[in-house]
Each structure stands twice: as structure tokens, then as C-alpha cells.
Design a protein. Structure first.
Length: 139
């Protein structure tokens, strides 16, 4: 059995928070309730967990690219769906073992793609830096 990948799980949790928050306001931006912003439990203000829109958007694209399509549906249900595991299994029409196997497969696919994208970006950055170094005037 494959193991879930912690950093992919964290990224998917951030994506889920972004997915739930977006669209609540105008033009797709998150809605802010100012009345709740200054009130916290026992007089303390709770801190918001920052979410990177760029990272979440990239993650959203990768979730939509998961193959077979059952992986995308399972990941969306797992991270964004409401209710407990039994509710999610009923909506997905699958066994719990299949559910967990799909999540693990999705983590593996997404980790490979994220690492591949990171390597491409790093190589491009090195290429551009080398070009810039070649055209700098000699001091």
C-alpha cells in the first residue's frame, strides 16, 4: 500500500480552504465578514490561516488533471466534501479501501507533477540567469 505524502496533503488542505472560501464574495474573491473579524472566543481575536491564491490555483489545476477521473472526484470529496467518511463513501459509491487507495494514488500523481514542474522552473531560472550573466558589462 502506498503512503500519503505529508506536503501534498498540506497543499491539498490549503486548496480545500481556498476552494470553500472563493466565490463567497464579489468577482470570485473570498467574502469577509467584518462583524466577525474583531470578535473571538473569550475576547481574543482568532488568526486567519494564510492561503496562497497562486499555489491553490495550481493545485486546483492538478486536481482536475488527475486520472482516472475517479481520483479527482475522490480527492474533491475527501478534502472539500461534507459529512463523515460514510457519507463520502455513499456519494462516491465505493468501498473504504478503494477510497483510501484513490487518495494515495492521487498523492503520488500530484507529487510527481509538482516535482516535475519545480524542476522545470528551476532549470528555466538557471537558463535565464546564465543568459543575464553573459550580457552584463565588465566592471
Amino acid at each position: 500500500m502506498m503512503a500519503r505524502i505529508d506536503w501534498v496533503d498540506q497543499r491539498l488542505q490549503n486548496w480545500a480552504r481556498w476552494k470553500v472560501q472563493r466565490g463567497g464574495g464579489v468577482l470570485g474573491y473570498a467574502q469577509v465578514q467584518l462583524s466577525a473579524a474583531n470578535s473571538g472566543r473569550d475576547g481574543y481575536v482568532s488568526s486567519a490561516i494564510p492561503t496562497s491564491d497562486v499555489e491553490a490555483s495550481e493545485t486546483d489545476c492538478e486536481v482536475n488533471r488527475l486520472s482516472p477521473p475517479g481520483l479527482m472526484l475522490t480527492v474533491t470529496e475527501h478534502y472539500v466534501g461534507r459529512g463523515g467518511i460514510k457519507d463520502k463513501l455513499l456519494r462516491l459509491c465505493c468501498a473504504e479501501q478503494t477510497y483510501h487507495k484513490r487518495i494515495d494514488q492521487a498523492h503520488q500523481q500530484m507529487a510527481a507533477r509538482f516535482l516535475e514542474t519545480h524542476a522545470r522552473q528551476r532549470d528555466e531560472r538557471y537558463r535565464v540567469e546564465a543568459l543575464q550573466a553573459g550580457v552584463r558589462p565588465i566592471e
